[in-house]
Ligand binder design. Structure first.
Ligand SMILES: Nc1ncnc2c1ncn2[C@@H]1O[C@H](COP(=O)(O)OP(=O)(O)OP(=O)(O)O)[C@@H](O)[C@H]1O
Length: 127
């Protein structure tokens, strides 16, 4: 394989382009972006502790990583197997499964992190 060096700056640009393209073209990425924004604003308003922030950021990162990998796998499968194939289906279905596991993890983290502070906030509003 021919050695190929690219500047750090260019590599960063390519990575950023991948993220921007995925957000522009993938509906799920737009949903994850909106959800992440709402979650981070709620976390700031509720003054969550550092550990809660850590878990929320971890969950958001895992969801984005899984969705980006899913998008990458979909693109490669469409490139090499535009026609139906059982292995293409397996690749796409398992990649989508990974994204679903990540989203389920994020929902569980959200419930565990927000349950108590939201409950306390509701009580303070009603008292
Ligand atoms: N080349 C193929 N061969 C066999 N099955 C395929 C193929 N392409 C797609 N599929 C099946 O159709 C499903 C949906 O594929 P598609 O490419 O439309 O992704 P998607 O779920 O619509 O992705 P997104 O909505 O994130 O763009 C796959 O999970 C797979 O089961």
């Amino acid at each position: 394989m021919k050695p190929h060096r690219q500047s750090l700056y260019k590599a960063f640009g390519c990575a950023l382009r991948g993220i921007v393209t995925a957000v522009k073209t993938e509906r799920n990425m737009k949903i994850h972006m909106a959800a992440a924004l709402i979650v981070l604003i709620a976390a700031a308003l509720l003054h969550l502790d550092r550990m809660s922030w850590l878990f929320l950021i971890l969950a958001i990162a895992i969801v984005f990583i899984a969705e980006l990998m899913n998008t990458a796998i979909e693109a490669v499968v469409d490139l090499i197997s535009p026609q139906k194939h059982v292995l293409a289906r397996l690749a796409k279905d398992t990649a989508a499964g990974a994204a679903l596991v990540a989203a389920a993890f994020a929902v569980m983290v959200g419930l565990l992190v927000f349950y108590q502070p939201v409950w306390e906030w509701i009580q303070s509003m009603t008292n």
